[in-house]
Ligand binder design. Structure first.
Ligand code: AMP
Length: 216
């Protein structure tokens, strides 16, 4: 069973949804740098102010900030049973830093799950995405509607559209994905850690396939 996992893929490929499913079924710690930044923005911390100036336009938060945040989180004792990195690494310096820090704390990355999805579907998913302000559960205005409009089925929280889930910011995010994140696939291929999956099969089928693969 592989337990120290990186989830990769463009924005809208389904990393967050898969992470939530795997976290519950395998009892792993879910580390989403995007969620950590959004939490800091909500709390109005110094990190939040800095992160917002990048995130709201679809740009990447500087490496030194992001690497420091992940290093601190990965060194916590709850990661000993396994972790899911969702949205990190996104650049080569982040990937190199992750190799070093995972060695330092003896928690080597065991597998990189790459989710593939075509651009038209990414745009459709992102532009209709709504998220619970309280628990982060994902919804979609057409394909994953809540029982009551605007209200989270799980916790009753308010559903909102992320500031960076608009066409303009998405273009910037996809640009960063192609230029900075996609080259990491080769990095992990060379380390023999990469496995790619088609995310168009739907979230339940994808979850079952990935879970079976991790169980091997
Ligand atoms: P996500 O929730 O993963 O889509 O991330 C939302 C935004 O947070 C990204 O578009 C970036 O602005 C920022 N972010 C998240 N993870 C990283 C990262 N590893 N490096 C730099 N910026 C990040």
């Amino acid at each position: 069973m592989k337990r120290n996992i990186i989830l990769m893929g463009p924005p809208g490929a389904g990393k967050g949804t898969l992470a939530k499913q795997l976290k519950e079924s395998l009892n792993l710690v879910h580390i989403s740098t995007g969620d950590m930044f959004r939490e800091a923005i909500k709390e109005g911390t110094k990190l939040g102010l800095l992160a917002a100036s990048y995130i709201n336009h679809g740009d990447l938060v500087p490496d030194e900030v992001t690497i420091g945040l992940v290093k601190e989180r990965l060194s916590k004792s709850d990661c000993a049973n396994g972790f899911l990195l969702d949205g990190f690494p996104r650049t080569l310096p982040q990937a190199v830093a992750l190799q070093e820090m995972s060695k330092e704390i003896s928690r080597d990355i065991e597998v990189v799950i790459n989710l593939e999805c075509d651009n038209a579907e990414l745009v459709r998913r992102i532009s209709g995405r709504r998220v619970c302000r309280n628990c982060g559960a994902p919804y979609h205005v057409e394909t994953m509607k809540p029982k009551v409009e605007g209200v989270c089925d799980l916790c009753g929280g308010e559903l909102y559209q992320r500031k960076d889930d608009n066409e303009e910011a998405l273009k910037v995010r996809l640009g960063h994905y192609v230029a900075e994140t996609k080259p990491l696939l080769e990095f992990y291929e060379k380390l023999n850690l990469l496995s790619s999956f088609d995310s168009l099969v739907g979230k339940e089928a994808l979850f079952e396939t990935v879970k079976k693969y991790l169980d091997k």
